[in-house]
Design a protein around this ligand. Structure first.
Ligand code: TPP
Length: 188
């Protein structure tokens, strides 16, 4: 399963949600489908997309928030899972794309490679409810549909191939994206 295919399949469902992504390949794959003002690509701050998503979900209870995360990023902020598990806002869906790689910086293996660390088990242990590991598109779409319908926080850990885009580049940088994203929220 490829992350780009998962994001493409999810894209129509992201229209009315606040979406926060990690930097690099994941951000690029969403951006390439067509930027929307409800998308925030957290460049640079590795590990903190889920923390931004948590803050948004807790402070904007009428919004639905989706975080597109990566295994390297989650491993960098493992304590963040415990904070998610403790506060578990009902309007947050946390999707972790586990490609076993730090793909965006050259493809070094991460701790999840070869099944050494299991992020779904870690998330459950941290108290995150409704954790679903998935390995194929059918399971992914089923888990995503359930998560989006549920009035409860959900975490999906999707095993994907370590494949990313063959190019990088957006027509704005983080500050502009952040200002426009905040304005979009304010104007709702
Ligand atoms: C604190 C910090 N350390 C390192 C980096 C460099 N960096 C950017 S993306 C990335 C890999 C992210 O891995 P993962 O979350 O698994 O996503 P993937 O790139 O595999 O899609 C790294 C190491 C950074 N941006 N911030």
């Amino acid at each position: 399963m490829k992350r780009a295919d998962c994001i493409e399949a999810l894209y129509p469902e992201l229209e009315d949600r606040l979406v926060v992504t990690i930097m690099g390949a994941c951000a690029q794959e969403l951006y390439d489908l067509g930027h929307r003002e409800n998308f925030f690509y957290l460049q640079h701050a590795m590990g903190l997309a889920s923390s931004i998503g948590l803050g948004l979900a807790m402070n904007l209870p009428d919004e639905k928030v989706v975080v597109l995360d990566g295994d390297g990023s989650v491993l960098m902020n493992m304590g963040g899972l415990a904070t998610l598990g403790r506060y578990r806002p009902r309007n947050l869906t946390h999707i972790i794309f586990d490609n076993g790689s730090l793909l965006s910086t050259g493809g070094f293996t991460s701790h999840t490679t070869s099944g050494i660390v299991d992020l779904a088990t870690v998330a459950k242990g941290a108290g995150c409810p409704n954790v679903t590991p998935v390995n194929n598109m059918f399971q992914f779409m089923e888990a995503a549909a359930e998560a989006f319908e549920n009035e409860a926080m959900s975490t999906i850990v999707a095993k994907v191939e370590a494949i990313g885009p063959d190019h990088f580049g957006m027509d704005f940088k983080l500050p502009e994206n952040a200002i426009r994203f905040a304005r979009f929220i304010k104007d709702r």
